[in-house]
Write a protein that binds this ligand. Structure first.
Ligand code: NAP
Length: 303
């Protein structure tokens, strides 16, 4: 057991997975849950995710660890309602997909008697809501912590303890600077999602290929994009609004490289195409060898 009592604010895919994993591994003795949606609170109760509280204040009152598991754009509201009431020595963390903006929104509201250690599980699916969560979500996946520049020895101890919690849930933990996190994730997660949303929306729009034909003859490339594009629109709207600079930077580079591919196709330059495709293919092997993917889609998971 790492924490006696944890409070999860936001009982969607990530929050409910934390609740399930913490119970299954015994990383927390008592789990309190709060969600802004009454409907989600009722469902969280039926799923037995933990002690479902009627308010954020009630959930966090005696918690040793508070996890903010709400969309990035709701972090400030969640912090305002939940964080000011935390007990002395409590650790506050979040799971937001963007770090610099969340730190700016949450850190000012964390009282000096508590410790804010931002984080991001590199784990998820395209589903959302409390039913979508599962205990194994974090197993063998990276959890990135972006600690603040807080010189207190107690702060360093809080970071260690939070690291132990995520390790108990099965994650591999790494520490990173928040700005670096935002650029790295813009490349590995945010841009791929933007491309998927764009391709799927474009296919739906194309007048010459009706939607039914796109669906009927859906090749595996397009099918994979539809899985990514099925992700929660609120979560992803918030990611792009809150990681604007890093995404625009990476998008600029992407569109330049796309123009180079376009030129190679126009001029029939097969060597340029082959070299780029060959490099990309090797990257897939590296990702599998690094244990970040299995040859089967979605890590061979059914959920
Ligand atoms: P989700 O399934 O949509 O769950 C979020 C829950 O938070 C919803 O039930 C929502 O209620 C509730 N909520 C919104 N504002 C709130 C507030 N102020 N106080 C309390 N509850 C509130 O989302 P998720 O996929 O778990 O994502 C949660 C966070 O994890 C996001 O910051 C996201 O960036 C991050 N993350 C997601 C993934 C992924 O693959 N999904 C991976 C890593 C990190 P309503 O529906 O009523 O608004």
């Amino acid at each position: 057991m790492i924490f006696e009592r944890i409070a999860i604010i936001g009982a969607g895919l990530i929050g409910s997975s934390v609740a399930r994993a913490a119970r299954e591994t015994g990383a927390a003795e008592t789990i309190a849950v709060f969600d802004a949606s009454e409907d989600v609170r009722v469902r969280a109760c039926a799923l037995g995710l933990g002690e479902v509280a009627d308010s954020a204040e009630e959930a966090v009152a005696k918690a040793d660890l508070v996890l903010l598991c709400v969309p990035v754009g709701a972090m400030k509201d969640a912090a305002l309602s939940a964080v000011s009431e935390v007990k002395t020595g409590a650790i506050v963390t979040d799971v937001g997909s963007v770090k610099s903006a969340v730190i700016a929104d949450v850190a000012p509201h964390v009282p000096a008697h508590a410790f804010f250690v931002p984080g991001h599980p590199i784990a998820g699916t395209e589903r959302s809501g409390p039913e979508a969560g599962f205990a194994a979500l974090f197993k063998r996946r990276w959890h990135i912590l972006t600690p603040l520049a807080d010189p207190r020895a107690e702060y360093a101890a809080a970071v260690e303890k939070l690291e132990a919690f995520w390790r108990a849930l099965g994650a591999d933990v790494e520490r990173m600077d928040a700005a670096r996190h935002d650029v790295v994730l813009a490349v590995t997660s945010h841009l791929p999602h933007l491309i998927a949303f764009n391709i799927v929306a474009m296919a739906e729009d194309l007048e010459s290929v009706t939607e039914s034909e796109v669906v009927k003859y859906s090749a595996s490339g397009f099918r994979d994009f539809t899985r990514i594009a099925a992700s929660d629109p609120i979560m992803w709207r918030d990611v792009f609004l809150n990681n604007r600079e890093a995404v625009l930077e990476v998008l600029g580079r992407f569109t330049e490289d796309l123009a180079a591919l376009q030129r190679a196709i126009r001029w029939g330059d097969g060597q340029v195409l082959y070299d780029i495709f060959d490099r990309a293919r090797r990257m897939r092997r590296e990702v599998i060898e690094a244990g970040q993917e299995t040859p089967a889609p979605n890590w061979g998971r059914e959920n």
